[in-house]
Ligand binder design. Structure first.
Ligand SMILES: Nc1ncnc2c1ncn2[C@@H]1O[C@H](COP(=O)(O)OP(=O)(O)O)[C@@H](O)[C@H]1O
Ligand SMILES: [Mg+2]
Length: 298
C-alpha cells in the first residue's frame, strides 16, 4: 500500500513521544493454562520495521505468546509493551496499533471479499468517508481486486489467506501480527502470501511479527527469528547468524556434517529434536487445531 498514515500522533498517545520505543518488548513473558506452562518466561524485543519470526513446532507456545501480545490473554503489567504502551494497562491504544491475522479462519465465506474487508474497516473505526478507498487499496495490495466481488466461499486457500491479510491491513496498523499465515497452503500459494506481505512491508515500513513452523520460509523472509520449544526461546538471531554459529560449533567439534546448516538443523541442535519428531511437543489438541485450520483453507 502506498498511503501512509501519520502514526506519530493521535491514537498512539504519549507513551512514545519520540517514536524510539521498540515495536514489541517482552520481559519474562509467561502464561499458563492450569498446569501447562504454555509460555515459560521468554524475553525478546522486536524493532520497528523488522520482520520477526516466532518459530517452533505445534505446542511450542507461539499462539499463546501472540494472544498475550494482542491483548487477548490477560497478563500482568510490565510484561509486554507495544510501541511503549503497556499491554495490560493500555489495551485500547495497543489494539489501535495492531493488525492481527489469527490462525483460525477469520473471513466469512458467505460474503464477498470486499464485504469482508469493509466489515473490518468498520470494526476498526476507519472513518466512513475513507472506507471505500482504503478497502480498495487493501484489496489491491494483496492482489484481489479482480476477485473482490466474488463470494469468499469460491476462493482458493491462498486467496482466503491474502484476503485475511487485507482485512488486517485496512486499519493501517503499525504492527501486523500473523499466526501461521501459510499453514496448509501449497508452495505456490505460500510464496504468494509472503510476496504480498513483503511488498506491503516495504511500502509502509510496518513491523511484522509472524509465527510459522516452516523453517525454510522463516529463513527466507524473516530479519530475525526466535526458535521456541516447550514455552521457551532456545535461540534468537538472524537466520544467517544462527546457521553460522552452528557451522562454527560443528567445525570445533569436528562433526561430520559441517558443510551446510539449515534453520531446521539449528532448531534440532537447540531443542534436541526435529520439528516433526514425536517428542517435539504438541499433543492431540495442537494437531487437531492445526488440521482444522488447514482443512478449512484447503
Ligand atoms: N486454551 C487452552 N487451554 C489449555 N491448554 C492450552 C490452550 N491453548 C494452548 N494450550 C496449550 O499450551 C501449549 C502451547 O500452545 P500454543 O500456544 O497453541 O502453541 P503453538 O501455537 O506453538 O502451537 C500447548 O501445550 C497447548 O496444548
Ligand atoms: Mg499456534
Amino acid at each position: 500500500m502506498t498511503r501512509r498514515t501519520d502514526h506519530g500522533t493521535g491514537a498512539t498517545g504519549t507513551a512514545d513521544p519520540t517514536g524510539t520505543a521498540a515495536a514489541i518488548e517482552c520481559t519474562d513473558l509467561a502464561y499458563r493454562f492450569g498446569e501447562t506452562r504454555a509460555v515459560d518466561g521468554v524475553d525478546f524485543t522486536v524493532e520497528p520495521g523488522e520482520v520477526f519470526g516466532l518459530l517452533g513446532p505445534n505446542g511450542a507456545g507461539k499462539t499463546t505468546a501472540i494472544r498475550a501480545i494482542t491483548t487477548l490473554l490477560p497478563v500482568p503489567a510490565g510484561m509486554i509493551r507495544v510501541f511503549g504502551h503497556d499491554v495490560a494497562r493500555e489495551r485500547m491504544p495497543v489494539r489501535r496499533l495492531l493488525g492481527y491475522v489469527p490462525q483460525q479462519l477469520s473471513a466469512d465465506g458467505s460474503l464477498t471479499g470486499r464485504e469482508n474487508v469493509g466489515l473490518f474497516a468498520k470494526v476498526y473505526d476507519v472513518p466512513r468517508r475513507e472506507r471505500r478507498p482504503r478497502v480498495d487499496e487493501a484489496l489491491a495490495a494483496v492482489g484481489l481486486t479482480d476477485a473482490a466481488d466474488r463470494l469468499v466461499s469460491t476462493y482458493s486457500g491462498g486467496m482466503v489467506r491474502r484476503l485475511e491479510l487485507a482485512q488486517a491491513l485496512v486499519s493501517a496498523p503499525r504492527l501486523l501480527i500473523l499466526d501461521e499465515p501459510t499453514i496448509g497452503l501449497d508452495p505456490i500459494a505460500r510464496t504468494s502470501v509472503w510476496a504480498r506481505l513483503t511488498d506491503v512491508r516495504r511500502a509502509t515500513g510496518m513491523t511484522v511479527l509472524v509465527t510459522t513452523h516452516y523453517m525454510d520460509e522463516a529463513d527466507q523472509y524473516c530479519d530475525r527469528v526466535a526458535l521456541m520449544h516447550l514455552g521457551r526461546i532456545r535461540a534468537l538471531g538472524t537466520p544467517a547468524q544462527l546457521k553460522e554459529e552452528l557451522r562454527e560449533l560443528r567445525r570445533h567439534t569436528g562433526a561430520a556434517a559441517s558443510g551446510t546448516a539449515t534453520l531446521e538443523d539449528v532448531f534440532r541442535h537447540h531443542a534436541g529434536s526435529g520439528l516433526d519428531d514425536d517428542h517435539a511437543g504438541g499433543g492431540f489438541r495442537d494437531v487437531r487445531s492445526t488440521r482444522r485450520t488447514a482443512s478449512r483453507l484447503g
